[in-house]
Structures are given as C-alpha cells and as structure tokens.
Design a protein around this ligand. Structure first.
Ligand code: ATP
Length: 316
C-alpha cells in the first residue's frame, strides 16, 4: 500500500530569491492492486508528482510510505528510485542498438528458467510478439513506447507509475493495448498511477481519480464520482465539452455543470438557444449553440444549420 502524506515541493526561481511551489499539500492512499489516474491541465504538476513518489526528488520529511515503512527521497539514496516501483517517463529510455527481445529481457535474471516465455508473454501484452528480433532504433515512436511498457513490466513492480503511456500509440491499437495492460495489472495485483490527459485511460480502467490544478488537489474521489458529479467546470472539462447553466432555468436549485449528452433538443419547454456550429462525431453531432452569449454544447442525431433557433432541456 502506498501512502503519500501531505507533500509539498518547491523549486527556487532563477534569481534564487523566491521559491515556486510545484506541489502543495498532496495526500494519497492507494491500496495494492488499485489504479489511480492523475489528471489536470498541462503544467499542473502531474509529472512532478510521479517523480516525487518514485523518489527522484528530495523528501523533506518521511512523506512517502510503502506498507507503513517510510521511503527515502533522492538526496538520501545512492540510486534514486524505489525498487518496488517502476516509473515509465514520457521520454522512454531504451537501448536503440539492441533488439526488442533484449530490451525487454534486460532486467530479467539470466538464470530465470522461463526467461524466454516470460519475455514472449510481455511482448504479447503489448502486441509486439512479431517484433522481438527487430532493433529498437528501427521501430516507430508508438512501437518504442510499447517496448518501454513491456520493459517496465519485466521488472515485476508492485506499483507502476505511468506518464502519458499511450501518447505515441495510434487509436487503432490504443484501446486493445489499454485493455491488455489493465487486465495484466489486475491479474498480477500491480497498483498503478497513471498521469494522463485522455479520459479513455481513466473512465474504464481506474478506481480513483485525482485532479490537480496549479499543484493542488482540486478533486480526489472514485473515478465514477469525479466524472459523474464534477466539482467544477475545470474538473468536468478534463472529460468532455462542458456547459455551465443556472439550475433555475430547469427548475433546479444548484448551478448545473453539464456534459453534451446531458442536454437534448425538445419541442416544448426548456430554453431557446441559437445554433452556432454542428460537428459530426461519427455517431452523432456535437452542437455548439449560444444562450445569452454563453456557449452551450449538446448532442444530437440531427445536424442543425447555423443560426437556427432550437429548444433544449435536460436529458433526464
Ligand atoms: N525543476 C524545475 N524547475 C522549475 N520549474 C519546474 C521544474 N520542474 C517542473 N517545473 C514546472 O512545474 C510545472 C509542472 O510541471 P509538470 O511537468 O509536473 O507538469 P505536467 O502536469 O506533467 O504537464 P504536462 O501535462 O504538460 O506533461 C510546470 O510549470 C513546469 O514548468
């Protein structure tokens, strides 16, 4: 079990007269086998938080605990990084002049009886079984990223720290790869913290979600709650387009933060909006409309012409 206790992390400005706080009062409890998503806008501190947990940055106090034991930060260890964790950074580190097979096997003991079958198992997880003998320098960016993932799994971590792990991988493979990986993690009871901008990494695969904004926790609950009951527009907009409307327009007390599928066109009732644009999304249209100079988004099976007035209501 991982426990992060009220951590803050700051760096000195270039002039050295001030400090910038990159992380402020972050606490995390992660049970073994659970997965946590870290979401937030670019620059909010996701990578810094992963590096901090992994032990690449100095700890002021005993702030990161593993199964109740305090861990040491970068300034107190010879080799930074905790052995029960594996951190897969955005810029993956591979050996370009050796094969995929050798890269993945790098950390497996030569004595391991089932060395070959273990490497094959991991290459299967990342769908690279056919590329074992290929030199890494001759792979595409997405293939290299998959090698980095397999290599990290070869070390049998208890906690996996992933920074935008699918950023180079095409949509065609992404969904399948996600499913295989998270199934592998579940089967081996490996915990996972994944920093991502992609809601598809989060909704189907993580138990909890922590949303960061300027280094502070904006929300930290079950992924289901973070998505379905967003605390504010910032949190909701990490998942989809968002409309914020006064609830009294629909007979509700609270301000409403709505995803496009939560608003629909109706014949009567609701409010009148003016269509500004219809975007085809494959299955239906995302309609951008104006309500008293406020942007409103809804889903529709029908395309609406620019300037058309339609009535919309809550999709209950
Ligand atoms: N050593 C450092 N010195 C000064 N500023 C830093 C340092 N490391 C990170 N930062 C700043 O801290 C902020 C958080 O960076 P971080 O890489 O953690 O963000 P992020 O949420 O992972 O962003 P992205 O989604 O773009 O990868 C950024 O503004 C970054 O420029």
């Amino acid at each position: 079990m991982l426990q992060v206790r009220d951590i803050s992390y700051s760096v000195a400005t270039k002039t050295g007269d001030k400090r910038i706080e990159l992380l402020k009062n972050i606490s995390i409890d992660l049970d073994q086998g659970h997965s946590l998503a870290i979401m937030g806008e670019s620059g909010c501190g996701k990578t810094t938080l992963l590096k901090f947990i992994y032990g690449l940055l100095p700890y002021d106090r005993q702030e990161v605990m593993w199964n109740g034991e305090p861990l040491k930060g970068a300034e107190d260890t010879l080799i930074a990084g905790h052995e029960m964790m594996k951190y897969v950074p955005q810029e993956f580190e591979l050996m370009p002049y050796t094969t995929v097979f050798e890269n993945v096997g790098e950390h497996l003991s030569i004595q391991t009886d089932d060395r070959e079958s273990r490497i094959h198992e991991l290459l299967n997880v990342v769908d690279l079984a056919a590329y074992g003998s290929r030199k890494v320098k001759n792979l595409s960016g997405g293939q290299k990223q998959r090698v980095a993932i397999a290599k990290a799994l070869a070390q049998e971590p208890k906690l996996w720290l992933l920074d935008e792990p699918f950023s180079h991988i095409d949509n065609f493979r992404k969904n399948d790869l996600r499913r295989r990986l998270f199934e592998y993690l579940e089967a081996h009871q490996i915990s996972c913290i994944i920093a991502t901008h992609d809601k598809d990494d989060v909704l189907s695969f993580t138990d909890e979600t922590l949303i960061l904004r300027s280094g502070k926790i904006e929300d930290y609950r079950s992924t289901h709650k973070v998505y379905s009951d967003p605390k504010n527009v910032y949190c909701a907009s990490l998942f989809d387009e968002v409309t914020e409307l006064d609830g009294s327009l629909f007979g509700k007390k609270e301000t409403l933060i709505l995803y496009p599928h939560q608003l629909v066109e109706v014949e009567k009732g609701g409010i009148e909006v003016e269509v500004e644009k219809s975007f085809w999304t494959g299955r239906d249209y995302l309609i951008a409309a104006d309500y008293k100079e406020k942007r409103v988004y809804l889903k529709s099976v029908e395309k609406f012409e620019l300037g058309k007035n339609i009535r919309i209501d809550l999709n209950s």
